[in-house]
Design a protein around this ligand. Sequence first.
Ligand code: GLP
Length: 241
Amino acid sequence: MEVVIVPDATAAGELIAEAMATLMRRKPDALLGVATGSTPLPIYQALAAKVRAGEVDASRARICQLDEYVGLPAGHPESYRSVVLREVVEPLGLGEDSFMGPDGTAPDVQAACAAYDTALSDAGGVDLQLLGIGTDGHIGFNEPCSSLASRTRIKTLTRQTREDNARFFDSLDEVPHHVMTQGIGTILEARHLVLLATGEGKSDAVAHAVEGPVAALVPASALQLHRHATVVVDEAAASKL
Ligand code: GLP
């Protein structure tokens, strides 16, 4: 695992956007796995700026989702489908046909999870998967005690994660209890994992993930098992390393 410490979130965004651009220059139809939450937004802004400036051609890139709420209508502004379309797909000038994600509205959620795992494999696998980290060490929506070999499946959110994500909704009651997430085993199949954490609030989770034992209690610690994992942290998030 490579740990890169940068001064701030803007520098992190620029660094990771350049890594994504480099990948697309080498492999124009790269499958890019994106994460939601506030942390990766500077990456998407920096990457879109590179596309607008003509520094990279993203027209053949493919985008895939990490996780999704169960039961929110697809057009709900906080469904992760809507977020990824708004924050990544549209700013890169791509269309919905360049994008894939788990169907949180499917009548059979289990089947939709299995179908998403298959679709990722059929697409040739994820070339670069971006990850954030929850304050409890989760990646995607793999909460503590998730199996390190897990596949895409339905999970129940902890109260902590629902509270962390309530800022995107009008009230805590509106935050769904159930989600679909790429499993930790699924995530580990990506060719390159890039985890970004910024801010003091992530410092404990980062320290446990990077320097603690590999344990289901800290899902992000599974990155220690991957042969090409990069953890990018600002100085605040790195403060307990
Ligand atoms: C959600 C997402 C994660 C993300 C986490 C942290 O739980 N499912 O993929 O890493 O939020 O979000 P933030 O970056 O806003 O702290």
